[in-house]
Design a protein around this ligand. Sequence first.
Ligand SMILES: [Zn+2]
Length: 343
Amino acid sequence: MTLQQGLDAAAGRQAVDNVPDGAVPPDYPRVRDLGGGVLQIDTGHLGNPGTIAVFALPLPGGGFALVESGPGSTRAAVSAGLHEAGLEPRDLRCVLLTHIHLDHAAAAGAFLEGTDAKLVVHEAGAPHMIDPSRLMASALRVYGDALTKLWGTMLPVPAERVLAVAGGERLDVGGLSVRVIATPGHASHHVSYLLDDGTLFTGDSAGVRLGGADLLRPALPPPDLDLETWQGSIERMVAAAPERLVLTHFGQVDGRHAAAAHLRSTTERNREWSEAVLTGMNAGEDAAALVARVQRLEDAELAAAGVLPGIRLRYKITSDAAMTVAGLKRYFTRLHPERLTRA
Ligand SMILES: [Zn+2]
């Protein structure tokens, strides 16, 4: 999300769904039962429903777990969703984070307060959850005064409550068996979580696909985007043969066939967008021209896919073009200087 988009959204100026005659408007319940013991809670971030989800899993041993925590700024909305789902926030037993980007992780410390819950996070992300000061300082450089409004504050998590993972573990979360799959690429410390029924929580490792639309948008941010590493993650996820994917942005891709097709197309979509930016870099385009190039590409894709105007805006704020350009420029410069024909 760019600063201006964040401020516009915070001021309530986000586009409303402009639904053409005959089209079915999407509905955005705060709580949606995805079946199989997964409750999707919409953070409604900055008045934009259907962009950032948190998932509550009632546990066989009592209480519940969360997959993701959402931003600090939507904690109250998620708590309201938990109440609506018949869950008490103080009965939280565990928060499983896919990675520590603020839209996924910022509220974790606040949810853990007043509970005995544990936090599961990749070992490279754990130090930043225990002491978020460096993470918040770098976010402050990006978002400035809008930081608190956009993402809220991030409370430190006591070290003894943190279970650091690296991928490959099988966890017993209150009687629920959860397999951790290492899925770096979007971030070097990204993991995904697989339940025994084949439900795979993908965080951002399977890109962005919003409700009411059939378009997979790449999620390619700095600083540690790595497409080769990401491809290995896709192969691990395909090998796990998930029965459904559950995307933080936003909702489920149901069925073994659809899940496999979505994972394969994540690779393809990452390649298409990265090649577009590489072409611009090698044509000598500056950052503004590269952003314009990505915006043209996304506009053409959104139009071709027949995505409704209000949802088009949500795609853009969920994975912003400037962020995409910054991520890919850094990726090519750092990892593939041989592909750059201009120094
Ligand atoms: Zn995200």
